[in-house]
Design a protein around this ligand. Sequence first.
Ligand code: NAI
Length: 788
Amino acid sequence: QVTVSDLMDSMEYGPATESAAEALAWLVDRGDRFGHFIAGQFTEPGDGFEAKNPATGEVLATLTQATPAEVDAAVDAARKAQPKWTGLSGHARARALYALARLIQKHARLIAVLETLDNGKPIRESRDIDVPLAARHFYYHAGLAQLLDKDLAEHVPLGVCGQIIPWNFPFLMLAWKIAPALAAGNTVVLKPAEQTSLTALLFAELTSEAGLPAGVVNIVTGDGAVGERIVTHPGIDKIAFTGSTEVGRKIRTATAGSGKALSLELGGKSPYIVFEDADLDSAVEGLVDAIWFNQGQVCCAGSRLIVQEGIADAFHDRLRARMAALRLGDPLDKCIDIGAIVDETQLSRIEGMVAAGAGEGALFQPDCHMPGRGCFYPPTLITGLSPASTLMQEEIFGPVLVSTTFRTPAEAVQLANDTRYGLAASVWSETIGVALDVAPKLTAGVIWVNGSNMFDAAAGFGGLRESGFGREGGWEGLMEYLRPKGTAKPLKPLALAERADKPAPADPLDRTAKLYIGGKQARPDSGYCRTVYGARGRIVGHVGLGNRKDIRNAVEAARKAQGAWAAASAHNRAQILYYIAENLSTRAGEFADRLHAMTGGPKAKAAAEVEATIDRLFTWAARADKAAGEIKAVPIRGTALAMNTPVGVIGALCPDEVPLLGLVSVLAPAIAMGNAVVLVPSDPFPLIATDFYQVLDTSDVPGGVVNIVTGSHTTLAATLAAHMDVDAVWSFSSSDISAEIERAAAGNLKRTWVNHGRACDWTGEDGEGRAFLRAATEVKTVWIPWGA
Ligand code: NAI
């Protein structure tokens, strides 16, 4: 007798292919040739390249390679449209974004099919994931536009944004870029990847249908050369890029010193940790999402399996069995799990990497049906690799999972963090204690507990280390497209008195101040000191002339201290900040005298600077335990915690004009949020900083949390910015060092925050506002399963 279950087992799998007719007709209607979308119009198609279906090799359309003049025209159009767009109310922009969200939903199937034709991803994914998430992004940002005027009234848009996106999520990445930029009141010039431009051109039509004013969204097509032109265009205020770390580094270098804002979402090699007490079947299913979603061409793909030794063999067995059930083939077939690789170049890159590295482990590929044409690569597992092997370290960007084992939770964390990237991580354990102990220790911008590849517009997404900087999604993502209101004035050169090489009468003692490293006074490595002149040009003291060795020592001390400082409770850090304020307060007169001797002016001004400094310390003591982050309302059976975590070691060149207030305005937010700092104090007036370390010494600040290296800003800036163990560099210096810092920071893609010669009003909100909190923290988004 045949049972239902026998029937199910014996039933032949039959294809259920989505029709491409509508999408192909859409292409035919447009003559299969596309120009750019500039100022609300499509331009005449010009010389260009072909858009191909990677599953079949068939040509879908011909696209135009943008000439420099076309890029200029797009930037001009965006520039012209910007004042009007930003002049609209937040509500008017919200309505436009809402209209776009609705149009995406109305045309969802057309967009999904076109995306699958152009990119090769399974229709199941473009239909159920890419397009709905893109619509959700526009809805969410309609909301942010609506609330912006009320909730962030003191902010204005950046202007014109150049946005360059990759080929792995063509439509979704477009949404991630355009929605926040528009919500904030910017206009955009977007360049899709040359492999996958069609849905961006369809989107261009939707902007007209939504009634978006001409020039608010401009789309130019072409390759990296067009990208370069956008990046270096003087008419652009911000670059937002998603793509390879290599190109991200080029963009960091190319924009250095330009004053353009920058956010980079780059590569990854995200760990997927499975503990022996995990729900193994769920963890296997999670891996299907982690590494076989979009053929593994996902920047945050869980591409590095780290599995506990005791269950490794059993887990790999289950995984191989699951892999054998994955269906590979025509991406338009609704039953397909694995579609085509985006193009031949990417396919041969994957093949080359696997051929070169797989021999170090054991390779498994299921015996799946491979189509006779098109760019396909089977799901692949390579076990038994050592953590240092190339395939464990390098991003493959294909359906290839590499695996290694661990014994203890500590070892799992160590292996997970043994990477130059820091985009995402998954941790699987049924024991809440294990999962929630390990999750915060992972160096990544996004962490999924018992899950993988979950995204939502409300939750920030973005990386650490060489995975880039900046966040997309949430209020934190919107902030990447805003700046504080007001026109920053250029920093005035300091009016320094003419030098008279005589000691100032008030200070007969020899006071050669030292550096302050690891909680101790340290002589400068150079053995040199430098004279500090006061307001009347007289000598007021000497300071050590720090060099690169001193910076290295200071960074080492900071790194050593940072972990424990970050682990201290926020209450503890707040108390210490209050204590610094108290100790400064008891010596207020002495500090005011010293300031006065150096900077001159009325005595009351110096006294006011000391009072403002105490006030600032109170501000950051107050914020220390009130800025933990937010909980995001994400549409899953869970929640996402947007945690404000420390950046790590911050190097800062302090302002020259208000030597004490400036020093503390930089130091206080950084240490309040759990960072350790290496400070280079005011170049002309460093003695106030060396007096200040006596205050630190009496205020229970652990050694190494604050390090002070006196010396020339111009000499020390590049050393700090190039140091591989520094996580961020800030500069408020009046020396012209912003460009050099940004260029040197490209090495490990550390975050930078530099003044580009602009002044800051240190006495006001400018000197303690939201920007400091943002710069002192990395938003880490932790997704956790949570009730109903
Ligand atoms: P890519 O980084 O070269 O391309 C991304 C975008 O940048 C494209 O629109 C491209 O035209 C543009 N571009 C290229 N050179 C540029 C330049 N100098 N200035 C400005 N824009 C430029 O990525 P590609 O070559 O397509 O893929 C190479 C590897 O990068 C992949 O194998 C993968 O490992 C990684 N990748 C990572 C992505 C991610 O989301 N993290 C996305 C795409 C690729």
